[in-house]
Every structure is written in C-alpha cells, then in structure tokens.
Design a protein around this ligand. Sequence first.
Ligand code: AMP
Ligand code: ZN
Length: 152
Amino acid sequence: MTQCIFCQIVNKELPASVVYEDDLCLVFMDIFPIKPGHTLVIPKSHGAFLHELDDKVREHLFIVATAVLQAQRSAGIAKDGANLLVNDGKAANQHVPHVHVHILPRDQGDIGKVAWTFLTRMLNFFGKDKKKVKLDALAKDIRQHLPSTIMK
Ligand code: AMP
Ligand code: ZN
C-alpha cells in the first residue's frame, strides 16, 4: 500500500467525499475545511511538485478547478470570491506531498474567521461521522452544479 494519503484516496483505500473524477483527476472535499466548501483537486498520478506533472495533466487540473469554482458559485457557496492555491513544496506549507489545488470559497470581510480556522482547524477530531455527512452533502451539491462541459 502506498504511503501517500492522496494516492490512497485515488485507489479507494481511504474514504473521501468525492465531487468529481475522470481519468486524470479527482476532486474531493478537504477534511479540515478552512471554509465550508473547501475543495481539493488532485491529479491521479503521484507527484509532489507541479513541474513533475505532464503538461496535459496540469492543464486539466486547472480546467477542472475552474469548473468546480463555477459550480460553487452557482450553488451559492463561493458567491463573493475564492482563493485557488497550490502549496508547491514543504517550504511553501505543503503537508501532503501530492499536488493539490485548494479551492477556498471566500466571503466579503471573512479574513479574521479564515485566519482563526486556519490555525485551529486540525484540533477538532471530534464528530467525524457527522462531519462526513456534511461533507458528502456539500460534495453532492457542488457536483450537481458542475457545468456540462466537464460532465460526461
Ligand atoms: P497542504 O497543507 O497544502 O498540503 O494541504 C493539505 C490539505 O489536505 C489540508 O487542507 C488538509 O486538511 C487536507 N487533508 C489531509 N488529509 C485529508 C483527507 N484524508 N481527506 C481530505 N483532505 C485531507
Ligand atoms: Zn500520491
């Protein structure tokens, strides 16, 4: 079994609240969301750094990330704005060494709340099952709003 937790999610060895998947990428809800709707887009192939991916895969990741962002907007989750973020390497705050694009919905004036949750989010290990139900529901909502361009 691979040590990489995102590869384990790709291989269905670990559970995730999946929004979308195709041959090249997988989209699922962040388990410690900084904001409701915090989503991750990952390549199915392993690589810690963006430059390690094939150009085709890297391009596809951002096409899918943009579609997820559109879906979040239509669902009213990221109506004010969003951060798309890649922490490229450990020194850049990357904790899981498998490329992932964070999609972080933002609301006007939420910086204090975002900063606080960023610092404290991993302390909350309780209510895991309840949390999973919520994340599954959000994943379903986003999936239902995905533009037809990426849905097969
Ligand atoms: P980074 O700090 O950029 O490497 O982000 C890694 C992200 O992965 C964090 O936001 C974590 O909350 C998230 N994460 C870690 N383990 C899991 C998991 N099993 N399922 C979903 N998200 C995860
Ligand atoms: Zn991996």
